[in-house]
Design a protein around this ligand. Structure first.
Ligand code: SAM
Length: 491
């Protein structure tokens, strides 16, 4: 690894006598770890099966001895786990700290693709909460939506917006996670490209962009709410300086998470508060920085769009208030959204095992299930933002009836009794995930293909033929090995 000289000069000044061990650590392979989706795989049961070493600062998270060919494990595609770098799972300590003091209900993950932090938040927060997961780059927003769908949860909305669009929402979020785009020094040993792209100028540009992203979005954080700011870099310009700016200019207060010392995170004292840095020679993980700050007063920086919005201030939602009665005629809702009545929901309502707390929402032919209690907030969000997916995509309403959607098959609210299913072996599962034709013993009609008890998606059986309904854009494109080399579960 050929590290740029200005980086070496700075890190030497920063780490002093530890520089050599830091540089040695950069020569070693990056850690490989994953987080189980506890809704789909029960940790207690699988800890024994897995015989893996736990990541101490996160639940259901484990180190692997080496990086297997994850793509060839059907359980990854079933949303049973997410491959995530260990240091960034420190988010859990921030959320648990907040949960011990408050009951955060509305959460924004602003820079969310590909979805590591969002899927973690989905596991950490109760299903009564509302999670808005945003990504500004459109192609990446679709990857985020795919990972959110696989993880499964009716309480998550995926949006595709620039941070500047959030100011117009007004105060809405109890917690905001900003995993900011950064110079990526912490990824040097994982990604050669981050070394090539590193320049002192780019570092300054990143810092200015981080300030802009925060200034644009912080007006939508409630006073008293928490900002979790993180980067995967070591440099103070993008870390400590940003935190100091939030404290001194915006009045934020840094909170002390009191992490277990044995984990190896370095405490950085900033204005008598603490932020946390993971260095790869001290923590079993990649480079990472995290700070939790509490908002003390309304944001000073008010983006233009917010100023307009303040003139027509959105009504504050009254949580727990009834959304329109389900037996009323379908109310027309802004921008082509409709709330489905009980009558129109008849063809598909028994496909869900949990329907009391959910509301069906139509967008054109698309029907999604979304928590009733957050419908008002959803309407407020979709007035200002580009919503990519919301809740669980249940079905498409076609002329000849309701066609179940892929999101339903992967979701925890899917009533498995409502469709026949067939269990397939590893080879057939991969052929299915490549969208190739497979043979099944299913009766004619629509059915589920499952692997080790976990649904992978739909097929439509017509006589001896089955049409593979796996989403075209998600299919595995690589050529596959002859035999199974690795599985998260023992067979
Ligand atoms: N939180 C993600 C996770 O855990 O999987 C990783 C996020 S990555 C560190 C930063 C994200 O910020 C990228 O997805 C990138 O596309 C997005 N991004 C890039 N430029 C941005 C900008 N100007 N405003 C907001 N987000 C931006």
């Amino acid at each position: 690894m050929n590290l740029p000289q200005p980086f070496l000069d700075r890190i030497t000044a920063q780490l002093g006598s530890e520089t050599e061990t830091f540089l040695e650590a950069l020569q070693r392979p990056a850690n490989v770890s994953l987080r189980l989706n506890s809704i789909k795989i029960r940790a207690g049961e699988n800890e024994q099966d897995l015989q893996l070493e736990a990541v101490p600062w996160a639940t259901d998270a484990y180190y692997l001895a080496e990086r297997p060919l994850f793509t060839c494990d059907p359980l990854l595609h079933a949303g049973c786990y997410y491959v995530q770098e260990p240091s960034s799972m420190l988010l859990e300590q921030a959320i648990e700290w907040i949960k011990r003091r408050e009951n955060p209900e509305t959460i924004l993950d602003l820079c969310a693709a590909p979805g590591g932090k969002t899927t973690h938040l989905m596991s950490l927060l109760p299903e009564e909460s509302l999670i808005v997961s945003n990504e500004v780059i459109r192609s990446r927003a679709w990857i985020l939506a795919e990972n959110v769908t696989k993880w499964s949860g009716a309480n998550t909305v995926v949006t595709n917006n620039d941070p500047a669009d959030f100011g117009a929402l007004g105060e809405l979020f109890d917690v905001m996670v900003v995993d900011a785009p950064c110079s990526g020094e912490g990824l040097f040993r994982k990604d050669e490209e981050s070394v090539n792209q590193w320049t002192p100028e780019n570092l300054q540009l990143c810092s200015r962009r981080q300030k802009r992203i925060l200034s644009d979005t912080l007006p939508s954080l409630n006073v008293g709410g928490y900002l979790v700011y993180c980067t995967c870099t070591f440099n103070p310009t993008e870390n400590e300086e940003i935190v100091r700016w939030l404290i001194q200019d915006e009045g934020y207060q840094l909170v002390d998470l009191q992490l277990d010392e044995s984990w190896g995170f370095t405490e950085l004292e900033i204005d008598s508060g603490k932020a946390y840095q993971a260095y790869p020679h001290q923590v079993r993980g990649e480079g990472f920085f995290l700070a939790v700050l509490q908002k003390q007063r309304p944001s000073k920086t008010v983006p233009k769009s917010t100023q307009q919005q303040r003139k027509r201030k959105p009504k504050k939602s009254k949580r727990g208030r009834c959304t329109p009665c389900e037996d009323e005629p379908t109310p027309q809702v802004r921008k082509g959204y409709e709330l489905t009545t009980r009558r129109t929901a008849e063809p598909f309502e028994n496909w869900l095992n949990e329907e009391r707390t959910l509301r069906f929402i139509n967008r054109g032919e698309q029907v999604s299930a979304f928590p009733k209690r957050w419908v008002e907030e959803l309407l407020r969000i979709q007035d200002q933002l580009k919503v990519i997916t919301l809740g669980v995509h249940v079905c498409e309403m076609k002329k000849h009836g309701a066609i179940p959607a892929h999101g339903l098959a992967l979701s925890s609210i899917f009533n498995r009794e409502s469709f026949p299913s067939v269990e397939v072996d590893w080879q057939t599962a991969l052929r299915y995930l490549r969208r190739e034709p497979i043979e099944t013993s299913l009766p004619d009609g629509i059915g589920i293909v499952s692997y080790q008890g976990h649904p992978l998606g739909w097929v439509k059986q017509i006589g001896p033929r089955s049409n593979n309904w796996y989403p075209q854009e998600w299919r595995i494109r690589m050529s596959l090995p002859e035999e199974q080399l690795w599985s998260i579960l023992k067979k």
